[in-house]
Design a protein around this ligand. Structure first.
Ligand code: 2AM
Ligand code: CA
Ligand code: CA
Ligand code: CA
Length: 258
């Protein structure tokens, strides 16, 4: 994969992150999408617009899938597709002014090439891709030691934990402890660092695109909760983890039913 593309994207992300940080000093517009707990701000939309304009001017042939403003569906994954989550963890952005990420995944004919997860308030960019390795800013990361479900922390979706959807609470209790960050990107980062063994949630393509490119590079396993490949088409249950943790959770869910 193109080193020049990595450098370009890193510059765009720096600029986008700077814009988001500066926006915290001003009033923002917050609107409910599907309900009270599903928010979007003008900063989500403007950040996506900024990144889309960069992609369009540098790579006019490419396709773009993004969470906001009617860019949230795509005909097919043929060709090169950029998948954008301009602010992952919008609730944290609004309520905490931290613990949110910019995420960008680049796929070619459905195969992940590059992934970028930018923890904006920490100035930490996790990036990497196929045969490139995984980096935190300039530093190459080493693959974490893998453990079983019972040996580490499990990242969960709050609603799934509360409702015990797909045995999320039972599975959480088998782990060393449950963590709920409200930000899919931070959950991906926690696995890449070796802090968490797995993550179980309900996600859309822009929530997992960047993360799975990086997880794949380190040998983590991921799929939907049927154990089949992610669709990149709408929201679905998402499971990722160290090979042992992934297999244990998937087996438990498949054997015990929904
Ligand atoms: P978002 O902030 O980009 O919407 C926490 O619930 C995680 O799930 C976040 O990464 C959030 O991403 C994602 N998520 C996806 N769909 C959501 C929804 N309808 N409501 C809340 N969070 C959602
Ligand atoms: Ca959202
Ligand atoms: Ca998201
Ligand atoms: Ca988002």
């Amino acid at each position: 994969m193109d080193k020049r593309m990595v450098s370009e994207v890193r510059v765009w992300l720096e600029e986008a992150a700077q814009f988001i940080r500066e926006s915290l000093d001003h009033t923002m517009t917050v609107v409910e999408k599907s309900g009270r707990t599903d928010l979007v701000t003008n900063i989500d939309e403007e950040t996506q617009e900024f990144l889309m304009n960069k992609i369009r001017s540098h790579y006019p042939e490419d396709k773009i899938l993004g969470e906001e403003k009617g860019y949230n569906t795509i005909d097919s994954l043929e060709g090169r597709v950029w998948i954008i989550d301009p602010i992952d963890g919008t609730m944290n952005f609004v309520m905490e002014q931290e613990n949110f990420c910019i995420m960008l995944g680049i796929f070619e004919n459905g195969i992940g090439q590059l992934g970028f997860i930018y923890d904006v308030m920490k100035n930490e960019l996790y990036w990497g891709g196929k045969k490139l390795g995984v980096y935190l800013n300039e530093t190459r990361l080493t693959q974490p030691a893998f453990g079983k479900l019972s040996e580490g922390l499990l990242g969960l979706n709050a609603h799934m934990y509360g409702e015990n959807t797909h045995f999320a609470r039972v599975l959480g209790n088998k782990s060393m402890g449950v963590r709920i960050s409200g930000c899919a990107g931070l959950e991906m980062i926690a696995m890449l660092k070796g802090n968490h063994n797995g993550y179980l949630s309900n996600l859309s393509p822009w929530d997992y695109a960047a993360g799975i490119v990086l997880l794949e590079e380190f040998g983590f396993k991921y799929s939907n909760l049927k154990g089949t490949p992610l669709s990149f088409d709408g929201r679905e249950y998402f499971l990722a983890g160290s090979p042992e943790t992934y297999e244990e959770i998937l087996h438990y869910v498949l054997v015990n039913g929904a």
